[in-house]
Design a protein around this ligand. Structure first.
Ligand code: GLN
Length: 518
């Protein structure tokens, strides 16, 4: 295996080459850093990374090499470079959540997801840029400047895990971790032409994930292919005694090899080609006409409104045709309460955030602005200087909907509607539907600075936020391009049925092949 091909390698290829001794972890780390340099991941260019330390990563690679030589099995991600969203605690690199209030903060402990990645042989190469405290859909809310979309540097990469999606799209790492509260892995994955998965609520431990809205938060995975995302999820999923909300449900093998197929070949993401709308990627083996036999795919009418852009609608229809040609049945369904998801989410998430973010007070973490006028004044100046405008808006909104006079009218009502939204999904999945297919986003990536109205920005989440409210797993896969920009389609399944979700996503990826990127 040659390092020259680094950007063409899937995580499974890297791990098997490293385990066979055909490549070394150090070579992989260097290849990743070289790619980041070549593509311009730095602050003044794509602005993908917030923190990285090549020397420390190489040091980690060296100890990995020693573990390998002592014949230990170092796992399914042996030598795979991984980028991590900056709200997931890592030892050795800062964890700032894209916020000034945590500038320079280094966590004294590590997230379980990171410990598991490392135990499986992965090498953390960078912390990625994000909307401050994961609040946003474009990465423009980062206190450290926006990330640019590698497919078109004039555009946003989506958010809030924009840095993670851009790192994978630019070929710097085959896998990256992100986090989801309302679509923050799937939406940027769609905008960057890569795969993004949000697992079932409880599937992955959140120990070490900085809390935004605890009833919704999950760590998710970005991958260049479905197989990369599956490998990533498999390595971090499962019960953790440090997170009482993590589930002890068994974690099946999600990898392609488990379906008896070789992993797809990944072509090199060439930025020049990306910018002109040609991105040579996966050419997986053609699926058989019976690949999805017996699978019923629901097409919810609320996710295909008359106002949906016709290009996106056509790409979704093509995907649905592929499902049919692989033996699946496509059924029209309804999730009648889904159109209420945006107001419900933008009441519940800020309410929880206002409480979770109370801990950033200038005493316990990071920034402290103290002009010697007493404790209350110190809290006020630290928080007003440390938080950016969107975070401040959410805290105000959250505090308002929880206040005595408005609790019943807003918070309580939103909780009740959330239950109804979850009931709609349950009803569909108990009526013989195995998976739901929808567009991931109503539009492709938009230009940096184009959306200044917060409400307009919130509407980006219209198709993703329901899976978070219901707690069900969902994945975004590339389904084609519009105006040369990537478009994603979403597959949603029942609680803890990530297996079916991956199976349907693999089949779609294989069936579309190169067309998913044209
Ligand atoms: N865009 C949504 C928000 O701004 C979702 C964020 C997320 O999933 N972290 O809240």
């Amino acid at each position: 295996m040659s390092v020259e091909n680094f950007t063409m390698l899937g995580a499974a290829d890297i791990a098997s080459a490293v385990r066979a001794g055909d490549a070394s972890p150090t070579e992989m780390v260097r290849a990743s850093f070289n790619r980041a340099r070549d593509i311009g991941a730095g602050h003044d260019e794509l602005n993908i990374f917030l923190h990285s330390d090549q020397e420390a990563s190489e040091h980690e690679a060296k100890s990995m090499q020693e573990r390998l030589q002592s014949a230990a099995d170092i796992g399914i991600l042996a030598g795979v470079p991984v980028a991590v969203k900056d709200n997931i605690a890592t030892l050795g690199l800062p964890t700032t959540c894209g916020s000034k209030i945590l500038a320079g903060y280094v966590s004294p402990y590590e997230a379980t997801a990171i410990t598991r990645l490392r135990a499986n042989g992965a090498l953390v190469v960078a912390k990625t840029n994000m909307d401050e405290f994961a609040m946003g859909s474009s990465t423009e809310n980062s206190a450290f400047g926006p990330t640019r979309n590698p497919h078109d540097v004039r555009c946003v990469p989506g958010g809030s895990s924009g840095g993670s999606a851009a790192a994978v799209a630019a070929g710097i790492t085959p896998i990256a971790l992100g986090s989801e509260t309302g679509g923050s892995v799937r939406q940027p994955a769609a905008f960057c032409g890569v795969v993004g998965v949000k697992p079932t609520y409880g599937r992955v431990s959140r120990y070490g994930l900085v809390a935004f809205a605890s009833s919704l938060d999950q760590i998710g995975v970005v991958g260049r292919t479905v197989d990369d995302a599956a490998l990533g999820l498999e390595s971090i999923a499962g019960f953790d005694k440090m997170d009482s909300t993590s589930s002890d449900a068994e974690v099946p093998v999600y990898r392609l090899s488990a379906l008896g197929k070789p992993a797809p070949e990944v072509g090199a993401p060439d930025t020049e080609a990306m910018r002109i709308g040609r991105n040579p990627v996966a050419l997986p083996p053609p699926p058989s006409a019976k690949t999805l036999e017996g699978i019923v795919i629901g097409k919810p009418r609320e996710y295909f409104p008359d106002t949906l852009d016709t290009n996106i609608k056509d790409l979704c229809e093509r995907a649905l045709d592929r499902f049919r040609s692989m033996g699946a049945t496509v059924r029209d369904i309804s999730l009648p309460r889904s159109p209420l998801a945006i107001p419900v989410y933008y009441i519940l998430a800020p309410a929880e955030a206002s409480s979770n973010l109370a801990r950033f007070d200038g005493v316990r973490y990071g920034l402290r602005v103290d002009s010697g006028k007493g404790l209350k004044a110190m809290y006020e100046s630290t928080r007003s200087q440390g938080f950016g405008p969107e975070v401040t808006r959410r805290i105000l909104l959250g505090t308002y909907v929880l206040s005595a006079g408005y609790y019943d009218a807003y918070y309580k009502k939103a909780q009740a509607v959330r239950t109804l939204i979850a009931d709609d999904f349950r009803a569909v999945f108990t009526s013989g539907v195995n998976a739901i297919f929808t567009p991931t986003t109503p539009t492709p990536a938009f230009p940096v600075g184009a959306i200044s109205d917060p409400y307009e920005m919130y509407l980006n989440d219209i198709f993703t936020v329901t899976a978070n409210l219901a707690g069900v797993p969902a994945i975004s896969v590339p389904i084609g391009r519009m105006r040369r920009l990537p478009v994603g389609g979403q597959v949603i399944t029942a609680h803890f049925d990530e297996y079916t979700m991956f199976r349907v996503a693999y089949a779609l990826e294989a069936s579309l092949g190169q067309e998913a990127h044209q």
